[in-house]
Design a protein around this ligand. Structure first.
Ligand code: ZN
Length: 434
């Protein structure tokens, strides 16, 4: 085992949940922090002046005096097979799936296509400062193999699963419970809990699954404690109407009937819900991935973030890039879009809310808040070093910034992966530096 290494520089973390206790005083700013990492964890986090002497003089310390160290970003909803068709023009969800997504995912019948996409996706994810993601693969079991095989040597905490679909998609993308469930089970046996990898049972969304397949997915998930369940929920009104036609009930009720509502269930979008749904998601300990960039791009609707996080029954919410309907893998860009969606609903997303969603909130949605999403001793050492002056425009904008909250907000509005100078995973630099 190698010895300790450290980062030094301004650091920012959250004292409390800004949705529940207010954004004022939520951000804890350390103008000159020392973050010591060893054995994949943060072993010390304190002001440099008081902490440095407690560590060996020859400990390697990378100094970032004008940057900002934060916890690594969490992307709670993303489709790696869609990196090649991101930004496809001019459709709403259902026609976009038919016209662009399904043909692209069909290409993953070739394992070489999957391997190439997995390598690109992981490199781009780390370039964007994302250190944990919940990822949809394709219907092909080898699409999961390709992603996990590429993620494992990097030491990434990654959640992924094979998409289950047995209707309303092209024939070559259908599996059915007789094929999809045993394939998922074999992938769980092979990958779940290996290093930091975890499996997610992944029925794409209600319209692409028969009630029998949804129920089989529920049994599979509940039969393997610790695994995740991920699917899409109430992304568009058209989809909600379709589910009502197919199942004779609202989407969340259809999922509940199949046993898909509970802790470690992560629902993408969750836009068109009612108060009963929010209560059920809260009571179930479910996670929701807010995907503002995708929702703006496809015109799906405005996620009611502050309703979801209402203090008397807060739902666990993180952000999702939802590439390829989302247009960037960058958490900063996604938060910038989240700000605009919130404003359009008469609310305000502060820097504290943004940092929460991209780190602790995502970790809570994935039931990983005891391991990731915070700069604190004992947490897994997944970190990002941000550069608030990464572009000439940002440099000009932050010239007169008086605090880290304003610098972070500027990056949420004007920044993207260009702001990510270094990404650290389990105490190892995996992007940037040198
Ligand atoms: Zn999605």
């Amino acid at each position: 085992m190698t010895g300790p290494v450290a980062l030094r520089g301004p650091a920012l973390r959250l004292r409390h949940d800004p949705f529940l206790q207010g954004p004022e005083d939520a951000l804890e700013s350390h103008p000159d922090a020392l973050v010591v990492m060893e054995g994949g964890r943060i072993t010390a986090f304190a002001d440099h002046a008081s902490e440095r002497a407690a560590h060996p003089p020859d400990m390697p310390v990378t100094h970032h005096p004008h940057r900002l160290i934060v916890a690594g970003f969490v992307d709670a909803h993303v489709h790696y097979p869609q990196v090649g068709m991101i930004g496809a023009y001019g459709e709403t969800l259902l026609s976009w799936l038919r016209r662009y997504t399904f043909p692209e995912e069909a290409r993953f019948a070739d394992p070489a296509v999957a391997r190439r996409a997995a390598d690109l996706f992981l490199a781009e994810m780390l370039r964007a400062g994302t250190t944990t993601a919940a990822v949809y693969c394709t219907v092909h079991a080898h699409s999961v193999e390709a992603l996990f095989a590429a993620a494992q040597p990097l030491g990434l905490r990654l959640i992924a699963g094979k998409v289950l679909m047995d209707r309303n998609a092209p024939d070559e993308l259908l599996d059915g419970p007789d094929l999809g469930i045993p394939e998922s089970e074999a992938l769980i046996a092979r990958w779940h809990g290996r290093g930091r990898l975890a499996y997610a049972v992944t029925p794409r969304f209600a319209p692409s699954c028969t009630p029998e397949q949804l129920a089989a997915a529920g049994r599979l998930w509940r039969g393997h404690p610790g695994t995740y369940l991920q699917t899409h929920l109430a992304e568009t009104r058209e989809e909600c109407d379709w589910v009502r036609d197919l199942f004779g009930r609202d989407t969340l009720d259809a999922y509940a009937e199949a046993g898909l509502v509970g802790p470690r269930a992560v629902f993408g979008h969750a836009i068109h819900l009612d108060e009963r749904d929010w209560g059920a998601l809260h009571a179930g300990g479910c996670g929701v991935a807010h995907c503002p960039s995708s929702n703006l791009f496809l015109g799906s609707g405005a996620f009611p973030l502050f309703t979801a996080r209402r203090a008397d029954r807060p739902v666990r919410v993180g952000i999702g890039s939802d590439v390829g309907a989302g247009t960037s893998l960058s958490a900063l860009r996604t938060l910038g879009d989240g700000y605009k969606v919130a404003v359009s609903s008469g609310a305000r997303l502060t820097a504290a809310h943004g940092l929460w969603l991209a780190t602790r909130g995502g970790a809570e949605a994935l039931h990983l808040a005891d391991r990731i999403g915070d700069l604190a001793v004992g947490m897994e050492a997944d970190l990002v070093v941000l550069d608030p002056a990464a572009t000439p425009l940002l440099a000009r904008r932050v010239e007169r910034s008086e605090d880290d909250a304003d610098r972070l907000f500027a990056m949420m509005t004007l920044g993207d992966e260009r702001c990510v100078r270094e990404t650290w995973v389990a105490g190892r630099r995996v992007h940037g530096g040198a």
